[in-house]
Design a protein around this ligand. Sequence first.
Ligand code: AMP
Length: 556
Amino acid sequence: MGAYADARTRSLTDPSGFWLDAASAVAWDTPPSIGLDDSAAPLYRWFSDGALNTSVNALDRHVEAGRGDRVAIYYDSPVTDSRRAITYTELRDDVARFAGVLAGLGVGVGDRVLLYLPMIPEAVVAMLATARLGAVHSVVFGGFAPAELAVRIDDALPTVVVSATCGIEGSRVIEYTPLLREALALAAHRPDAVVIKQRPQAAASLVAGDVDWDAAMSTAVPHGPVPVGATDPLYILYTSGTTGRPKGVVRDNGGHAVAMAWSFANVYGMGPDDVWWAASDVGWVVGHSYIVYAPLIAGASTVLYEGKPVGTPDAGAFWRVIARYGVNALFTAPTAIRAIKKEDPDAALLAEHDISSLRTLFLAGERLDPDTYAWASEHLGIPVVDNWWQTETGWPIASNLRGLEPMPIKAGSPTVPVPGYDVRIVDGFGEEVDAGQDGAIVIRLPLPPGTLPTLWGDDERYVDSYLRTFDGYYTTGDGGYVDEDGYVFVMGRTDDVINVAGHRLSTGAMEAVVASHPFVAECAVIGVHDELKGQIPRAFVVLKAGAVIDPDLLRQ
Ligand code: AMP
């Protein structure tokens, strides 16, 4: 058998053995003896007798192994015209200090810390400092509207909120402080403190209960790592469901660390000496898994890029950053490649940069259409690898496994199920269909380590949303087929979620916003095809009798 077939078979027939072996890549305070814990099935747990600290895995152990001078983060911010290389020792020290700040504000094991931050190193520091205390972070995408932020504050009930005075989009400075203050006014829950990083682009005057990031850090006492149970939560990440209420996807500490280490090596083929760039945002799951946790747990260098790589400042930004840091693999969404293709169809800008370090381009977040695949393959001359997953799983369900056993690529397919995921295609009655036939893509339980064990504070909603439709299976919400060679083809959502430029949006949530307009009697939001973004939302609206049909007013 080849390495893939071997790993796949063992992961499904002996999941505990397979993942306990993989767990040896992680530093444990108490190594687990249990792999799969099915005592509360269908709520499965992994490594339930193990204990560890995730920030130790991402930082301290590399410093202790003599790799403290290695660059952990290349922060590159064309929007502020600044760049910084942060070593593992420096990052560990900042994280320990910020953990001291959080502990001083009363954050302890299991408490939540909500982060509302742009793509600055402080975002990574705050995530890892929360993890260091055994607390639970919830990163809300910077610039999310106050109402969205308020819903998340009321669900996560954070002890502390960490924010910055602004984010920057292109040449626009988006002030976060007024958005945060409005969200806090809307929310029923009151955090004990708000920590604010003052950025030079926007000053904010602090109010009672606010803590200035820099002032607090200058006097902070470094805090050591607190070991937690493997099944204790590391973070909550909210994602769109089919209703207006977001789902708080929970990630645990142990399974997550193991899945990050395993996938970075086996799916992405990356090692500790590599430079890796996931061009996403820490507010999304790709940012959590592959800007922050996987590369740092592996001891590699990760690029933290503030700004949209396309259009800011130009379509050559990708190639310039790759050349600057000797990036070995880039992970982005097909939309970004389509945007470059539109601005620079012959890839003339590529020739201006030496990108010979780049081994692989990984694309995910939405379907990789064969045209985009062909354009990228032709111009880059390296493998262009689609990988399919979702916020809930935290790491790829299907991919070409570049580290384990690279396989021939078929345009339009993310290749094969990743070991640990027992992918099946079923019809509406839950019966498996033949190769080549369309159906719902489901995963036979249990899901592997690192995937969501539940939704925050709501086991019932977890079961209802994902496990109820087909008994014994996790419903991905995607439809597609598997061909005769076992290649998976993911064609689109089967529910009321649409995908806009690689971002998942709930039509239900958008309908709720449109329906709140005083003129609107009824509305429906659907996704329509868009050349660049894959889909864009369109609202159909029935106005109330007597409403003035003035497009300007309707926009209010
Ligand atoms: P999110 O949870 O925001 O990452 O969105 C996950 C959803 O995006 C999946 O359920 C799919 O509908 C879609 N998606 C992500 N990656 C791919 C891919 N490689 N091919 C097709 N669809 C994808």
